[in-house]
Ligand binder design. Structure first.
Ligand code: VGL
Ligand code: ZN
Length: 228
């Protein structure tokens, strides 16, 4: 047994698969580095059946979303502006509602998802986390309802993976920890927009109490062994 093996009750554990959508992969509007490389490993990891609940998030913006650089005259993608008192990265137009590249990647076993949480629907507010929008004009971060959904399902442990490592998976994991879930970040099942951010991402997660692990640390969990 690996000394890194993590222990948890599968019935009380959920896997959150964040924004595995073609727009975040090679050829997409906002590609993470080797974004498509997570699809097959996440598929295998889901099919291994370690968890009692599988939830996906889906970045889902109306056309003309405030996070799109195209909405800000004279601005280029990846510039940072102040929005409602917080940094806002301006993105290429991406994950527009109903577009092919906004669909969940069909390489995932989509039938295993009990819920799909769409986010970024408010035209005036960005949303990285599956739990809460970014700050709105009132300085609030309106919830998506995911925390309540997980609690009502008896979930105590949340495992996170998907795209992108330095934005939506990171924010989702941080919020999961803030919501009181024991939170795990499956590093190998993520890819970054900015690979130079890896050290900062690790520190931010560790500071929040999120455990950074690899998917192989879960393989030898009790449920998986007895299922063998
Ligand atoms: C994401 C930037 C903008 C992500 C979504 O899924 O990480 N990043 N929208
Ligand atoms: Zn987005």
């Amino acid at each position: 047994m690996s000394s890194n093996t993590v222990r948890f009750d599968p019935a009380r554990a959920a896997l959150l698969v964040v924004d595995v959508q073609p727009d975040f992969m090679e050829g997409g509007a906002l590609a993470a580095q080797e974004g498509s490389a997570v699809v097959e490993p996440i598929r295998r990891f889901m099919e291994a059946g370690h968890f009692g609940l599988y939830v996906a998030t889906q970045d889902w913006h109306p056309a003309g979303h405030i996070s799109f650089a195209s909405e800000h005259a004279g601005r280029e993608p990846f510039e940072v502006i102040d929005l409602y008192g917080h940094d806002q990265v301006l993105w290429p137009d991406h994950c527009v509602q109903g577009s092919d590249n906004a669909a969940l990647h069909t390489g995932l076993p989509l039938k295993l998802f009990s819920a799909i949480i769409r986010k970024g629907e408010d035209p005036k507010v960005d949303s990285y986390s599956g739990f809460k929008n970014n700050w709105n004009a009132e300085g609030e971060r309106p919830p998506t309802g995911l925390a309540g959904y997980l609690r009502e399902r008896g979930i105590t442990d949340v495992f996170t993976c998907g795209l992108a490592r330095d934005f939506c998976v990171k924010w989702t994991a941080e919020d999961a920890a803030d919501e009181g879930f024991r939170t795990w970040y499956l590093w190998d099942l993520t890819r970054p927009v900015d690979e130079n951010a890896d050290d900062d991402v690790r520190k931010a997660l560790t500071d929040k109490g999120v455990s950074i692990i690899d998917s192989t640390d879960v393989e030898a969990a009790p449920a998986a062994r007895s299922a063998g």
